[in-house]
Design a protein around this ligand. Sequence first.
Ligand SMILES: *[C@@H]1O[C@H](CO)[C@@H](O)[C@H](O)[C@H]1NC(C)=O
Ligand SMILES: *[C@@H]1O[C@H](CO)[C@@H](O)[C@H](O)[C@H]1NC(C)=O
Ligand SMILES: *[C@@H]1O[C@H](CO)[C@@H](O)[C@H](O)[C@H]1NC(C)=O
Ligand SMILES: *[C@@H]1O[C@H](CO)[C@@H](O)[C@H](O)[C@H]1NC(C)=O
Length: 516
Amino acid sequence: MGILHVATVFVILSFMAPVHSVLPGNPLVIDMTHTFDENTIYWPTLRHFKMTGVLRNYTVDGTWREESDIEGAEHGGTHLDAPAHFSKNKWRSHDIPVKRLMGPAAVADVSPKTAADADYLVTAEDFQLWEEKHGKIPDGCLLFVKTGWGKFWPNKLLYLGTDTRNTSLLHFPGLHPDGARWLVQNRGMHAVGIDTASIDYGQSKKYETHQILLAHNVLAFENVANMDKLPTTGATVYALPIKIGDGSGGPVRIVGIIENTKNPVRTPRPGQGQQVIDMTYTLDDTTLYRPGRKPFRLADVFRNYTGEYYYEGSVIQTTEHGGTHMDAPVHFSKNKWKTDDIPVERLMGPAAVVDVSPKAAADADYLVTAEDFQLWEEKHGKIPDGCLLFVKTGWGKFWPDELLYLGTDTRNTSLLHFPGLHPDGARWLVQNRGMHAVGIDTASIDYGQSTVYEAHQALFGNNIPVFENVANLDQLPAVGSVVFALPMKIRGGSGGPARIVGFVNKQEYSPTHVDL
Ligand SMILES: *[C@@H]1O[C@H](CO)[C@@H](O)[C@H](O)[C@H]1NC(C)=O
Ligand SMILES: *[C@@H]1O[C@H](CO)[C@@H](O)[C@H](O)[C@H]1NC(C)=O
Ligand SMILES: *[C@@H]1O[C@H](CO)[C@@H](O)[C@H](O)[C@H]1NC(C)=O
Ligand SMILES: *[C@@H]1O[C@H](CO)[C@@H](O)[C@H](O)[C@H]1NC(C)=O
């Protein structure tokens, strides 16, 4: 079910929950991401994905609880290679300007050649032949090399050429170093994506193609899924990695958007009068959590020259629920959506921002009521169906000061003080309005003093995911912007780290934003 017209989604989901047209223009949305689980393909020698500390049970108060920690190398599954991965002093994950993570897609199909030769190397000539047919590779594009290897996922023997850890046995196509050199010298793409485990072919020993692209700050995306669903040109792709502080890459959620040509309205996209706002905190050792959760950590950090080249790579270890993250409905509501059950289309839509910061400033335990939403609607109109609804408490200004943001820097949860959504407010929303998700700029959608998390339960019971620790909410207008809130795609997850970006019309917003 990789490619779905929004109308199809409507039909499929309409008996589960109210679903409405999501993005302006009614485009097709393609999830170009493989799911993370224990079978996810990693580089044979790197630490594979693992869910640890899995909790799936009723608590003593009788409510359902699911949550886990996750770990794995930065470079497995559908992931980003940041320039620092093979190039010293170049951008690490958190340094990459968010506008470089999106652009028009150009798809170069070399699958007829690779079918006859698993060690095929894509040349400059392949790109030149492509250009004769389709025009110049656009500046600022994401260039996808389609080898056809996607059809082998997740069979390691077919996809990698071996299911052992012996890297001499790897066989899959890649990009010739001369092809990479031609690209960086002559074309202005933001990134190169491929549907194999590496942009260098399996038999590479020095990873020269990595070295060439990354030295020029051209990003690489590997193990890209569903490339065959993209047209050769005309789609726009958003590749949003989790935001690892000083990371050399990391898991990414990639979506392709194909405009509905019958509809004159356009989804926000680069170069179309939009400014993009990164609504995501960096994951590092200052990242805040509810007391008791496993903090984010980079383990097995390697940053040095090997015999032949410079290399950076690490292992990520984190709770699903720290920093800017999603709570999937199953977190507190048994049998509701897990992370990978949530159609990605529901996490992309118009944003509504309800500002309660004047009230929260006077009361750290403030609970947002149905009346607050009703007052907002008097000014801004009805909370739009299919929107992502954000509650702005003003708490973002305290991040990452634990004492101010959480109310305590101890592990005593009785001392937590921050505003949240009143259970009656949450119930009013799910009974009367059709938002697809709710976000907040505090550590929890329930206020700090909550012990039974009723707002979570009201939303989750209706399959509404929640985004917490959302950054830069003060940069979004009350209405009129569009937000993509894309979590890491964890199979059976109760949530996960998310990358959230907002698109604001240039006319509507201030000059402090990144200009696309
Ligand atoms: C679930 O919790 C109950 C008590 O609430 C306990 O008896 C049971 O062992 C738990 N199950 C698991 C798998 O932890
Ligand atoms: C790895 O495979 C190569 C090629 O078949 C072989 O020569 C080598 O001995 C293998 N190494 C190990 C450690 O098995
Ligand atoms: C980096 O590698 C060099 C040898 O290439 C070695 O002497 C040095 O100790 C290494 N540094 C670290 C921090 O591992
Ligand atoms: C946690 O804080 C509460 C409220 O101040 C206090 O009553 C309780 O004793 C504290 N618990 C611990 C374990 O310190």
